[in-house]
Design a protein around this ligand. Structure first.
Ligand code: C2E
Ligand code: MG
Ligand code: MG
Length: 815
């Protein structure tokens, strides 16, 4: 047992004196300058030194303990030497840096335990010399052997726990984060290192790691280390929150944050330690406030990983505040307060590593979500349809439920793309799809598709232009589709033009028309494709469609092959001047006879060629054939002219006009002998490519006609924009002329319009004399139809010209 007297020693002020010139330990022992006065305490290194004296009376009781321990606190950042005297005889000394003595031969860190062997003949004195500008700052305690042993053990366990936790955490994080390639990881690692260095010097285990000089430098520049730590944390925060755009890339803190820390580091070299400590506290509070603010903002934005980040900040700031209080001696140094720094450091590092792990998890969730969604719209995608939908359908109450798959295809993507470029076309299509989603979100009877992010949608986007809805009330499909059509028919604004999308809707029933989603999809797709050959915009699947579809596929294969081998040919349908029925020329009409399919109508294969892009080759081939034929039979053009049909897609192709003009020139033909017929569409307005092509064709001398005027998309603007020379009134009006007054009115108006604009009027589909007479009466200029002449082979056309047009007659003009 330690005698009460000895224990009291630590509670009374220790006799101290200030050394003004260097003296030896012996001189210090003999000096009478020791006084029990207290000095102002400050921290720092100086040439000054202070001597402290602890005296113990000789041990007289026979069985009394002869050795005790002086236990220093962990906050040893002072330069201390110890000298043990029995009487005036120096027994042992331990100097700062003399590690082998401090360790007392054991491999453990025991630097703070100074053994005092008490004498039984003499008084025992321990002199402590502190090199510094103040007396002892660190409290110490005296322990008997047994208590010292338990204390040592406790501290050893505590430090083993702290250091191994730190090491395990660090190793784990290094491994995980290198694997995950987390941004900001380097900063996280830097933070760990700085905390490790700071802990080592504050608690004293730096002696094991750094040389005496390095330790001294670190202790002197502790706030430089803290400042670097704070800067690393700042950078770490920027990287960690980067994905949620917090702080915003233009914010001042992002631009000038680094300079705050540089300024602080400069100040550490200029100001006193206390002032620097004060400045550092200010920076720490500022960082705490701003990072907490960012963290909360990011959390609100749905960045869940930030919760552990905030947790870390809490411990970091509380730990710092408590440490500052200890530093300023507002809090006492005891086991609890001295544990705050290491424990909070671990908690804080732990928090950051959880934040990383959380972020990695969120990445993984996002990756999974990305795999299931379409990126521009966030709607479920094709993978969702095939991987998630089957489970969703299987879960439905009625099993199997009665469903209908509605497939919508926005069919004007290609034209949009050619007219406005792919970027605008993409966004126009995304816009219309999102509009459908918005308008259907509250509609009952349409299945909702939940995503892992808890959002749910009514639309699955299969491809850029193709979407799917699932009706849970197939009996109401008519009304549902009507509603969808209304949404789709509303014009949208593309490039400042009110644009009406073209679309196709196909539907198929589950389970009767597809037992699994794969089959259902296939059948809805067939129905969807069949819209091209039907009058409306919606086709419901039937078994017949399936064979039709197979037929179309065959058609495309054959057509590709026959275009390749130039097996298509043309007929000519004569056109006459209505006043005297003289032949003024003819319309070239393409014909296709396939060895397997027989004769196929252009009305059937031209739309297919347009859909598959074969149309460009087809048009080129036709021009080539017509120019070649006319160059060999100049008679066909001597008094008459020829009209050639092109597709709207041709005019939307850059360089189309130039190609035609070049072809024409190789045959030395006059462009004025040809009229090019175009069926108009809405994309012609304000389109630069169309405008360029039209301009070049006109300049070369070609005439332009608008075909099928009055049906589909007709606009007065086009008549002007295309600088039309001729207007062909659609057969529909001409055929119904006798029994439909509306057709009569429209027909007459179109003829009048032509007169007013000085455009040639052509009536197609004249099937009877009555109609012809009526048109003649209304002063329609040109006519074409079965009643006059049917389309015929070029040879027949030449023979007809020979018969009908006497060689010496005057040239016939269209107008
Ligand atoms: P279109 O340009 O309006 O051609 C007139 C169509 O009406 C031709 O059908 C012609 O045979 C038919 N027709 C002429 N007179 C009468 C009549 O009195 N009664 C009836 N019921 N029909 C008559 P065809 O040859 O089957 O061509 C259909 C459409 O295919 C054409 O309509 C045109 O849009 C397109 N087409 C034909 N040849 C070509 C071509 O070489 N290139 C392109 N891009 N399209 C072509
Ligand atoms: Mg035509
Ligand atoms: Mg026509």
């Amino acid at each position: 047992m330690l005698s009460g007297k000895i224990e009291e020693k630590i509670n009374t002020p220790i006799p101290t004196f200030k050394e003004t010139y260097a003296i030896s330990a012996q001189d210090a022992l003999l000096t009478g300058k020791f006084k029990q006065t207290t000095y102002d305490e400050s921290q720092g290194f100086s040439k000054d030194a202070y001597w402290h004296k602890l005296s113990f009376p000789k041990v007289t009781t026979p069985n009394a303990e002869k050795s005790i321990y002086l236990g220093l606190n962990y906050y040893v950042i002072e330069h201390l030497d110890f000298y043990l005297f029995h009487g005036s005889q120096l027994q042992a000394q331990w100097k700062r840096g003399a590690l082998e003595n401090w360790q007392g031969g054991t491999p453990h860190y025991e630097g703070i335990w100074i053994p005092i062997l008490l004498s039984d003949h003499d008084d025992t004195t321990l002199l402590i010399r502190k090199q510094g500008n103040s007396p002892l700052l660190t409290p110490f305690k005296l322990f008997d052997n047994k208590r010292a042993e338990t204390k040592k053990e406790q501290k050893l366990i505590f430090w083993t726990f702290i250091i191994s936790s730190l090491a395990i955490l660090l190793a784990h994080n290094v491994f995980v984060f290198i694997l995950l390639r987390q941004p900001g990881f380097i900063y996280y690692l830097g933070l760990n290192i700085v905390i490790f260095i700071a802990l080592s010097v504050v608690t004293g285990f730096n002696r094991w790691i750094f040389s005496e000089e390095v330790s001294q430098w670190i202790i002197k520049n502790l706030f430089v280390i803290f400042g670097i730590g704070a800067w690393i944390l700042f950078r770490f925060s920027l990287r960690f929150l980067k994905e949620v755009q917090i702080p915003s890339p233009e914010s001042l803190i992002r631009k000038y944050g680094d300079s705050i820390f540089i300024t602080f580091l400069i100040f550490t070299q200029l100001l006193s330690v206390k002032n620097v400590a004060f400045l550092f506290a200010a920076i720490e509070i500022f960082m705490f406030l701003i990072c907490t603010y960012w963290g909360i903002k990011a959390y609100v934005k749905g960045f869940i990983a930030v919760r552990f980040y905030l947790f870390s900040w809490f411990f970091l700031i509380i730990g710092s505040i408590l440490n500052t209080l200890i530093f300023w001696k507002i809090l006492p140094i005891n086991f609890i307060t001295e544990s705050i720094l290491p424990v909070f450091s671990i908690l804080q590092l732990l928090g950051f590593s959880f934040a990383f792990a959380d972020k990695a998890k969120q990445f993984e969730r996002n990756r999974k979500l990305q795999a299931l969604t379409d990126s521009p719209t966030g709607l479920p995608n094709r993978t969702y349809y095939f991987s998630k939908l089957p489970a969703l359908v299987a879960e439905m109450a009625k099993n199997p439920p009665q469903l209908a798959l509605i497939m919508i295809d926005i069919s004007n993507y290609q034209t949009l793309c050619q007219a406005f470029g792919p970027a605008k076309a993409d966004s126009a299509i995304s816009e219309v799809i999102q509009n459908i989603q918005r308008q259907l979100i509250n509609m009952e009877g349409i299945l909702s598709f939940p995503l892992p992010n808890k959002n749910s949608y009514k639309v699955i986007r299969i491809t850029a232009t193709n979407i799917i809805l699932i009706s849970t009330k197939p009996e109401q499909i008519k009304q549902q589709i009507l509603h969808i059509q209304e949404i789709l028919d509303a014009p949208t604004l593309v490039n400042k033009i009110h644009f009406r999308h073209q679309y196709k809707i196909g539907s198929a029933l589950y389970p009767s028309q597809g037992l699994d989603l794969d089959k259902l999809y296939q059948n809805a797709l067939i129905a969807n494709h069949s819209v091209s050959y039907s009058s409306g915009s919606w086709v419901a699947f039937t078994d017949n469609l399936k064979s039709n579809h197979a037929h179309q596929l065959g058609l495309i294969t054959q057509l590709t092959n026959d275009i390749e081998h130039e097996k298509l040919y043309f007929h000519i349908q004569p056109q006459v001047k209505l006043v005297d029925r003289s032949i003024i020329g003819g319309e070239v009409l393409i014909r296709w006879h396939n060895e397997h399919l027989g004769q196929v109508s252009p009305a059937e294969f031209i739309p297919l060629a347009e859909q598959t892009g074969l149309i460009y080759k087809l048009t080129d081939m036709l021009f080539e054939k017509v120019f070649h034929w006319t160059s060999e039979h100049p008679k066909a053009l001597s008094l008459q002219s020829l009209s050639i049909n092109i597709s709207a897609l041709d005019l939307l192709q850059e360089g189309f006009a130039k190609r035609v003009i070049d072809q024409l020139q190789t045959y030395h033909l006059a462009a004025s002998k040809f009229t090019i017929e175009i069926t108009e569409t809405s994309i012609f307005q304000n389109n630069d490519i169309v405008h360029d092509n039209v301009k070049q064709l006109h300049q070369a001398g070609f005439r332009l006609a608008i075909d099928d005027f009055g049906v589909g998309y007709s606009s007065m603007q086009n008549l002007v924009a295309l600088e039309t020379d001729e207007l062909k009134i659609d057969q529909f009006f001409v055929m119904n002329l006798l029994n439909d007054s509306q057709s009569q009115t429209l027909c007459r108006n179109m003829i009048d319009l032509c007169k007013a604009l000085n455009i040639v009027s052509v009536a197609e589909g004249i099937e009877s004399e009555e109609i012809l007479q009526l048109l003649k009466q209304w002063q329609c200029q040109v006519g074409q139809g079965y009643h006059l002449y049917k389309p015929m082979s070029p040879t027949d056309y030449l023979t007809l010209l020979d018969e009908k047009v006497p060689p010496l007659s005057a040239p016939t003009n269209r107008a």
